[in-house]
Design a binder for this molecule. Structure first.
Ligand SMILES: [Zn+2]
Ligand SMILES: [Zn+2]
Length: 538
């Protein structure tokens, strides 16, 4: 049975907007001007605007869902060091002694006293619970003395490869950077399966409310969660709603010697897409690897890998028909990664991507263009965490960071995404925040970055839909064209009229494969007022 949607429909192909889209068996079969005279079931958009469903090509849905159940310390939950500590202290009161206190989301550079919490401060509010709080970036953790004790970390402990146990005059501060976080995190009991299952349901509903119909989980295999089993189960029961692509952490793949088996029943919607590596840390946590030092401490960040590991991971990905996504933010790390990937010459095809790519050098841009290395980036970082960029990089490097327009002009494919929840923003997967930043390059505080690197709204939307799908290898989705999956979102504002800043956070409704996976109150009201017709109208 055909279902026709009539109203304002943006296909982002240039001839905008059209007023009819017909869906049959989960697929779009027609998009264009309305053809009258054929009786069919019709949905009148009643003034709503239709866009392709968003493809969040880099996110961490399980972590996103789990974090909502833990201690949240990003604004508005905590706006200062004192509030951060009191939120933890309050949580400690409701938890049995000895149980872990877990949480995160904070960005200390936004506090009036812009420094990380110290171990002794955490001890004062929660000395009898081990505490592990992740910074918003996910590359730095602060822990208390009990957590260090349980992990066996002492002042004599040696820094692990690719990580740092921070000390001040030889004394542990409780700050752990990059791979050193695992010294403590591996002592934390895995969430029980029902908590993990409900976390991904929460994440799925939230993503759907933001118009997101496809998403990639970029760090699978790290814990014993078996993310792919959670997604499989969610797809089978209908509680997980998006098309999902997973990337397996290379170290896990290497140690286990296996790739997860995806059950045939869910292979349509759950794809094993690639392997994942981390070449450095984050700019906002000041662990991204730089050529020139950070301003605040003179350090150059952390290179987590040798070049040979990147070459090896690329080979493993190619031999299994997978993609390789490498986290690299700082200029030094990006240079290292493109050099390593170029060793595969033309064999990489379009299988390789750099994730984030905050500070690509001229050399890196040339190598990306030459070797078809894509970029998957997140304008929400500079939108929400500009203070940490300015503190660490200073105005000039910050001003020129994320040169999306230049990358595109060099022929490099650039997809936009959220990296939710690794941002301090309270609405971490909201695509309009990233689109607003990509088109206007003005941070939430009003600080402006180089306007030469702004891209158009159409280009930003395409980067968050079609290009994201193409870079990741999701087939036949991300566009409103015949033959594509009927994945779309409906909005009560038109971004081409209001601008991305005028868009509501929540979609009126979100459809995947022609079925509603989200419908907000307003859309329900539209339907109740009779805009939704089950009978043929013509
Ligand atoms: Zn990353
Ligand atoms: Zn990430």
């Amino acid at each position: 049975m055909d279902l026709e949607f009539t109203g304002k429909i943006y296909t982002l192909t240039g001839s905008e907007p059209v007023d009819s889209m017909i869906v049959r068996d989960k697929q779009i079969v027609y998009v264009g001007p309305r053809v009258h005279g054929i009786p069919r079931e019709t949905v009148d958009l009643a003034g709503a605007t239709m866009l392709p469903g968003f493809v969040d090509s880099h996110a961490h849905p399980l972590w996103l869902g789990l974090l909502q159940k833990q201690i949240r310390t990003n604004p508005p939950f905590a706006n200062s060091l004192d509030e951060f500590l009191s939120v933890i202290g309050e949580s400690a009161r409701g938890v049995a002694k000895g149980q872990w206190l877990l949480g995160g989301g904070f960005d200390e550079s936004q506090w009036s006293l812009p420094r990380l919490p110290q171990r002794q401060e955490l001890d004062r509010v929660s000395g009898e619970h081990p505490v592990l709080m992740m910074r918003a970036c996910g590359h730095i953790a602060v822990v208390n003395s009990l957590a260090l004790k349980l992990a066996g970390v002492t002042e004599d402990s040696v820094d692990p490869q690719g990580g740092k146990i921070v000390r001040h005059e030889g004394v542990l501060t409780g700050e752990l950077q990059e791979s050193a976080i695992q010294l403590v995190s591996r002592c934390v009991p895995e969430p029980n399966p029902s908590v993990a299952a409900s976390a991904i349901v929460d994440a799925s509903n939230y993503l759907a409310s933001r118009g997101i119909t496809s998403v990639c989980d970029m760090e699978c295999g790290d814990g014993s969660h078996g993310e792919w089993d959670l997604y499989s189960e969610g797809l089978r029961t209908g509680s997980w709603k998006q098309r999902v692509g997973i990337f397996i952490v290379f170290e896990w793949f290497k140690a286990s010697g296996q790739l997860p088996l995806i059950e045939p029943e869910v292979r349509q919607d759950l794809k094993l897409l690639g392997l994942k590596l981390f070449a450095d840390g984050s700019i906002s946590g000041h662990t991204a690897a730089l050529h020139e030092p950070y301003l605040h401490d003179g350090g150059r960040g952390i290179m987590r890998l040798g070049e040979s590991v990147i070459v090896e991971a690329a080979g493993a990905a190619l031999s299994h028909g997978l993609k390789l996504a490498v986290h690299a933010m700082g200029d030094a790390a990006i240079d290292q990664v493109v050099t390593a990937l170029s060793r595969w010459g033309g064999q990489g095809g379009d299988s390789f991507t750099i994730e984030h790519a905050a500070l690509p050098t001229t050399y890196a841009r040339e190598m990306m263009a030459k070797h078809k290395i894509g970029v998957v980036t997140q304008p929400i970082f500079t939108y929400a965490e500009i203070e940490s960029y300015l503190n660490g990089l200073g105005p000039e490097r910050t001003f020129n960071s994320y040169p999306i327009r230049s990358l595109k002009e060099q022929g490099i494919r650039v997809a936009l995404s959220s990296d939710a929840p690794s941002t301090a923003h309270a609405d971490p997967a909201n695509p309009w925040l990233g689109i607003k930043m990509a088109t206007g390059r003005r941070a939430s505080t009003g600080v402006a970055l180089s306007s030469d690197e702004c891209i158009s709204l159409t280009e930003a939307l395409r980067s968050y839909t079609e290009i994201g799908a193409a870079v990741r290898g999701f087939e036949n989705c991300g566009r409103l064209l015949p033959g594509y999956a009927a994945d779309f979102s409906l909005w009560d504002k038109d971004p081409f009229k209001e601008g991305p800043a005028g868009m509501p956070d929540e979609a009126l409704a979100t459809y995947r494969n022609g079925e509603a996976i989200h419908s907000g109150k307003t859309w329900t009201a539209y339907r109740e007022r009779g805009y939704f017709s089950d009978q043929a109208k013509d």
